[in-house]
Design a protein around this ligand. Structure first.
Ligand code: NAP
Length: 246
């Protein structure tokens, strides 16, 4: 049994992770820790799963790495500086692993992977992300990442700019431009998290669409991370490698 402690256990994601860990046959929930709780209850864990806040996560990870506990991190707000801090801390604990994944939904990861594959075959591409109206940021992190991967794939094969003859427009009519890719945001009551990547070439289009209907969609990726981090010392970013997509 893999002993798992969850940080952020009373939050929306953390509560779902606690349930998923309790339900899986090979994992055991040994500590459910939220803000203000004593972290020492997690000391015997093999893996700490962190779904807290960008302000809290680095301190939690420093504590876990110091105790040589592997970590699986879904909390957002990571940049290259934060990744480097983790690499430096992990260097002193060579048997400890830390997996940080901006998206644990296997469908969303596959969508980005397929979009990256398709990008080099299509002259035109646009991204539409669709979310519930309570979301505070736009475009979504997944849409930004997708656009970045598409742009890198296009650059690799020497593709030029996406064709667009627009000369006049109302502000925002063509969406935001992320690394040269137009990204459109829809906010609609009733939606959860959805994304379409539209590709176009002479005489054909290809649409790749992913729909998250429930937070439960992240759990299979989190459990894959919990199992996979045990054999991956050092810093791993994203679950692509664990899914054999790299
Ligand atoms: P949430 O409902 O606000 O939950 C966060 C929880 O963490 C709260 O219960 C909070 O307690 C607690 N917390 C704060 N500081 C803590 C600390 N130092 N130690 C332990 N617990 C602490 O947020 P959420 O929707 O679950 O999302 C959590 C994070 O996951 C966010 O960064 C979100 O963007 C990210 N996320 C990632 C993915 C992914 O696939 N990677 C998917 C969904 C969400 P208080 O409320 O008392 O402060």
């Amino acid at each position: 049994m893999i002993k798992v402690a969850v940080f952020g256990a009373k939050g929306r994601m953390g509560a779902s992770v606690c349930q998923a860990v309790e339900e899986a046959e090979d994992t055991e929930l040994v500590a459910a820790i939220d803000s203000g709780d004593d972290r020492s209850a997690a000391e015997g864990a093999d893996v700490v799963v962190d779904f807290t806040t960008p302000d809290a996560v680095m301190d939690n990870l420093a504590w876990a790495i110091d105790h040589e506990i592997n970590t699986v991190v879904g909390t957002t707000g990571f940049d290259e500086d934060r990744y480097q801090t983790l690499r430096d801390q992990l260097a002193d604990h060579p048997n400890t692993g830390c997996l940080v994944a901006p998206n644990f939904s296997i469908g969303a990861v596959l969508m980005m992977h397929f979009a990256e594959e398709a990008a080099k075959f299509y002259e035109s591409v646009e991204v539409i992300e669709l979310h519930h109206p309570n979301k505070v940021d736009a475009p979504s992190g997944t849409a930004r990442t997708t656009a970045g991967k598409i742009a890198a794939a296009r650059q690799k094969v020497g593709m030029g700019e996406v064709p667009d003859a627009t000369q006049s427009q109302l502000d925002g009519a063509r969406g935001a431009v992320v690394d040269g890719v137009h990204v459109h945001g829809v906010r609609l009551r009733g939606l959860v998290a959805h994304q379409e990547v539209l590709f176009g070439a002479e005489g054909e289009t290809l649409t790749i669409r992913h729909d998250s209907m429930d937070r439960v969609s992240f759990m299979s990726g989190v459990l894959t991370g919990v199992r996979g981090v045990l054999d991956r010392p050092g810093l791993t970013i994203g679950i692509e490698g664990l899914l054999g997509l790299e």
